[in-house]
Structure formats: C-alpha cells, structure tokens
Ligand binder design. Structure first.
Ligand code: NAD
Length: 249
C-alpha cells in the first residue's frame, strides 16, 4: 500500500523493536523516513538492515540526545534540509523499569521522565512550528496499557505514560487549529526483545490473561501508526488507541 506517499516522517527509537517496525512500514507505504536512535552504532546497524531489504529506501539516521532541546532542534532542521518537509512525528523511544517504590531512586524517576516525557515534549516542540508553516501534520505518541490501569511496580513508567496521554490530549486541542493531529498508540504486551527474553511459561501465563489469547506483535502496533499517520485518519485527533487484545489487568 502507498498510504504515506510523498510524506516525510521522523521515528524516535527507530533502531529496534516497535520503532524499527514503524520505520519499515512507513517506508513500505511510500514515506521518506529519518530514524532517531541513541547511538551511532545502533543507527548504522538499523540502516544497514533496512538497506539490505531494499537498497532504494529513502531513509537516514541520526542520534540526537532526545533530552537536549538544542540537539533535537538541530537534528529536525537536518531532516528538513534533507527531505524538504516533515509531515509525521512518531515519538516512540521509551524505557521502562519495575523497581519497587521503596527502592526507587529520584535519579531513576527523573531519567524515565526525561526519556518518556521530556523527549516527547522536545521533539514535538521542535517539529510543530515546521508542520504549522506547512499547513499541518500528524504526531503520534507511544503510550501503554499501563496508562489506563497503572502498574503495581516501577511507578515511573506508568506515570510517564499518563503524562504522554496528557500531552496527546492537550496538544490535540491546542494544535488542531493548525491542522496538526496528535494521537497516541497504547500497546499491551508486545513481542519485542523485552518479551522475547522472558521464559516461555511466563509468556504463556501472560497470554492466557489476554482475551485474544496471545501477546501482540510489533507489526500490529506499527500498523496503527501507519493508520494514524495517514490521511485515512484525517478527522482523528486526541485519541489514545489501545492495541492490547482487550487486556485487562
Ligand atoms: P525497545 O527497548 O525494543 O526499543 C526502545 C527504543 O527506544 C530503542 O530504539 C532505543 O534505542 C530507544 N531509546 C531508549 N532510550 C533512548 C534514549 N535515551 N535516546 C534515544 N532513544 C532511546 O522497546 P519497545 O518495546 O520497542 O518499545 C517502544 C515503545 O513502546 C516505548 O515507548 C515503550 O514504552 C512502548 N511500549 C512497549 C510495550 C511492549 O510490550 N514492548 C508495551 C507498551 C508500550
């Protein structure tokens, strides 16, 4: 399909997992893509893997420190210089931790908020004026099912994802007048490296508690990013789209 023909997208955390699948699906739908990663080495590896699939993919990679507004702004200017415009921002980079509250350090809390929330603010703040000047755009954040239920350990992670929902819903209202749509995808347990490392019996136990009877695949999450990025979702904004097989915890 060619749902994103001639559009230019940025995907943060695009080197592996869900982010890599988003990059691949955006490219397969006709977009030009800039993937942001945390290290040059992993960016190069992702680019090599994509080019091995299709040497003509219009994809570049950068690794700004997402915590630095100045570095993010510079990288976004570089993407615009390379591809001429920016239509889509997928804020996917994220980290999680499950420390008990009694052992949770203020530094760990600050770190998770920096990557999961401040980085979303920085990228969105830097890209929105460009989208406004172009007449619109689509911003898609990555939330989580724990933004609905909370989580019984590792309070920083669900707190950060509640904040992502707050950014999403508030910016949808503020930026709507500039034709900038802001949505979030809220995955349930998804088979990335994190889940692949779990013992099979644990995955079976998790799956048994999910009405669809299995964990999600990263491609299934990425498909929702394609939909929200595309003109098929032209009247969808401010939504938190659950992709969790109707998980209830
Ligand atoms: P992953 O660990 O496989 O990938 C995370 C990505 O974020 C990587 O590309 C990594 O390089 C990037 N990243 C991490 N720290 C960074 C930093 N400091 N600077 C730049 N990039 C950084 O994880 P994933 O499972 O693919 O998760 C992707 C998103 O989906 C995250 O926001 C996560 O919270 C969310 N999510 C995942 C699941 C799941 O079950 N896998 C469930 C709900 C939500």
């Amino acid at each position: 399909m060619n749902l994103l023909k001639d559009k230019v997208a940025i995907v943060t955390g695009g080197t592996r997992g869900i982010g890599y699948c988003i990059v691949k699906k955006f490219l397969d739908n006709g977009a030009k893509v800039a993937l942001f990663g945390s290290r040059q080495e992993t960016v190069d590896k992702a680019l090599a893997s994509l080019k091995a699939d299709n040497a003509d993919y219009p994809v570049i990679g950068l690794c700004p420190d997402l915590k630095s507004f100045d570095e993010v702004t510079k990288a976004i200017e570089d993407v615009k210089a390379e591809f001429g415009r920016i239509d889509i921002l997928a804020n996917n980079a994220g980290i999680s931790a499950r420390d008990s509250f009694y052992e949770y350090s203020p530094e760990a809390f600050e770190n998770i908020m920096d990557i999961n929330v401040k980085a979303v603010f920085n990228c969105t703040r830097a890209v929105a004026p460009i989208m406004k000047a172009q007449g619109g755009g689509s911003i898609i954040n990555t939330s989580s099912m724990v933004s609905i239920y909370g989580q019984a350990a590792g309070v920083g992670y669900p707190t950060s994802k509640f904040a992502v929902n707050g950014l999403t819903k508030s910016l949808a209202r503020e930026l709507g007048k500039d034709n900038i749509r802001v949505n979030a995808v809220a995955p349930g347990v998804t088979r990335t490296d994190m889940v692949a490392a779990l013992p099979p019996e644990m995955v079976a136990r998790i799956s048994a508690g999910i009405p669809l009877g299995r964990v999600g695949e990263p491609e299934e999450v990425a498909d929702c990013f394609v939909f929200l990025a595309s003109d098929m979702a032209s009247y969808v904004t401010g939504e938190i789209l659950s992709v969790d097989g109707a998980t209830q915890v």
